[in-house]
Design a protein. Structure first.
Length: 510
């Protein structure tokens, strides 16, 4: 019952535990694995090119303009690399920082407007969920975007409760920064959720618009966003219209960017993303149905349910789908999962379910990775984790409490991270990144011109200290995929062939 006792302690103890979880799950070994293509390699290189060229206006990759996202994340990531150097840790650090900011703002908000228990446990549930951990360790916009989403949602709710004007003004500042991170969808969804919530509570059509204060919010958002869009559009005329129309409206309405998925796409994403809490999703939905049916929802539950369901439905009907699109809904889901456990009167099956989930997951992971990292390595860690979890089960079986269940799930997440980082690092380096081939080139062919032939160049550009050309044909030093070796052997010889990368040298240049 240790965690229950700790939950009764001061907020400083709570925050310390949340920070420790964040450190072990999101920050530890942050730079130990190579950048994964395409997202990490591309985003890290764009950020570094801002530092290298001192052009902080328009994102560029290998000198080519990249108009698909605004600049805020690249600014933060570039500053990180300017301070800590050009490496994996620096590139991933902003995502880790914004993840802990999300946890802290969620805790402080829930502590004020609900209770210390719901604040502490909801933050722990979020901190230990698989997708939240994964994207806190990944060079991508979505954790930063999730922080701004969360801040706006919580500040809108705070304003509804307190009616202090600084809350709505701060919400719009975060909204403007969110638009500069990924686009105007943050405005559409936060307005929709808050307006629907106020309409349900006040039974008034005009009250939501009055409380949203668009006369204050729109000027703030424009003051934050327009200067950058103006400068970016000045450098590349037509960018603003392309970004707003193609990257937002058409991405939602069409399959232009080839990210299709069925309407049920995000159901497995939600279940897998909330591992090891996946089994509680069904219970959470049952509780929500019961509360809606009986009309017994308190304000916080209603607001979080609208927050989750609006984002989930919006991206489910979108024609473009990727797993991280629903990440901004995860803080709300963490709160809803706590409500489920709060209403549960026993935890016997939860203590049995978690180890079974872990064993199945690790069995599949071992099968998937064994031919990449060795049977002994993968199976050793699968068995180690399973033994550890069943040991916890034995220890806690006579004291089935929510606090002990949280400890069990936190341990599950920690061991998953250690296993993934340690055993899969080489796999990522050879099969999902160009780091190892770039290391080979830096050692044997430094500061040369390398031709990329029918192979992604993202992390190769980041890691190689020479110039990388992607012009659709091979050159003196060519990087390609092994499947293209056969058609190049007449004029080239192979000097490197590991994983999904090969290096060929033109024979006439020997």
């Amino acid at each position: 019952m240790l965690l229950e006792k700790l939950s009764e302690k001061s907020s400083y103890i709570h925050i310390l535990i949340i920070l420790l979880l964040w450190f072990f799950l999101s920050l530890s070994f942050l730079g130990s694995s190579p950048l994964i293509d395409p997202d990490e390699g591309r985003n890290a290189e764009i950020s570094y090119e801002m530092v290298k060229t001192n052009n902080w206006v328009f994102p560029k990759f290998n000198g080519t303009p990249q108009p698909y996202k605004p600049a805020f994340f690249f600014w933060v990531d570039g500053i990180s690399m300017k301070v800590f150097g050009k490496n994996e840790f620096a590139a991933r650090l902003p995502s880790a920082i914004f993840s802990v900011l999300t946890l802290l703002i969620l805790y402080l908000f829930l502590k004020k407007y609900a209770s210390k228990d719901i604040a502490f446990y909801s933050s722990v549930i979020l901190a230990t969920s698989a997708e939240f951990i994964g994207y806190s360790r990944y060079v991508i916009f979505d954790m930063t975007f999730t922080f701004f989403f969360t801040a706006v949602f919580l500040l809108f709710y705070s304003y509804y409760k307190d009616r202090k004007i600084w809350q709505i003004l701060l919400a719009y500042i975060f909204m403007g920064l969110g638009i500069l991170t990924k686009g105007p969808v943050i405005l559409v969804l936060t307005w929709a959720v808050f307006a629907f919530f106020v309409w349900i509570k006040e039974k008034s059509f005009w009250k939501p618009f009055k409380l949203l204060h668009p006369e204050l919010g729109i000027p703030i958002v424009l003051a934050i966003c327009v200067p950058w869009f103006y400068l970016a559009n000045k450098q590349y005329p037509g960018f603003a219209m392309y970004f707003l129309l193609d990257e937002n409206v058409l991405r939602f309405l069409t399959n232009k960017y080839h990210r299709p998925g069925p309407i049920v796409y995000f159901i497995p994403v939600l279940f897998l993303g909330f591992f090891p809490w996946s089994y509680a999703i069904y219970g959470m939905l049952k509780v929500a149905y019961k509360k809606i049916k009986n009309k017994k929802m308190d304000d916080l539950f209603l607001y979080c349910f609208l927050w989750f369901s609006t984002i989930f439905v919006f991206f489910s009907i979108s024609h473009s789908k990727l797993p991280h699109y629903i990440l901004p809904a995860f803080p709300a889901v963490a709160v809803l999962i706590y409500y489920y456990f709060k209403e549960a009167n026993h935890f016997k099956y939860d203590f049995i379910t978690v180890p079974i989930f872990m064993f199945i997951f690790m069995a599949f992971a071992a099968i998937y990775f064994f031919h990449k990292i060795g049977v002994r390595n993968a199976m050793f860690y699968a068995i180690l984790i399973s033994i550890f979890l069943f040991s916890l089960l034995y220890v806690f079986i006579r004291k089935q409490s929510f606090g002990n269940l949280v400890v069990l799930n936190s341990a599950s997440s920690l061991f998953l991270i250690l296993c993934t980082v340690y055993t899969a690092s080489n796999y990522f380096g050879y099969y999902k990144s160009s780091k190892f081939v770039a290391d080979f080139l830096n050692t044997h062919y430094p500061h040369k011109v390398v031709y990329a032939y029918q192979v992604p160049t993202y992390s190769l550009v980041f890691y190689y200290n020479g110039k990388v050309l992607d012009i659709g044909k091979p050159g003196t030093i060519t990087v390609t995929e092994p499947k293209h070796i056969a058609k190049l052997l007449g004029k080239f010889r192979v000097v490197y062939d590991k994983g999904r990368r090969a290096v060929l040298i033109k024979k006439s240049g020997d």
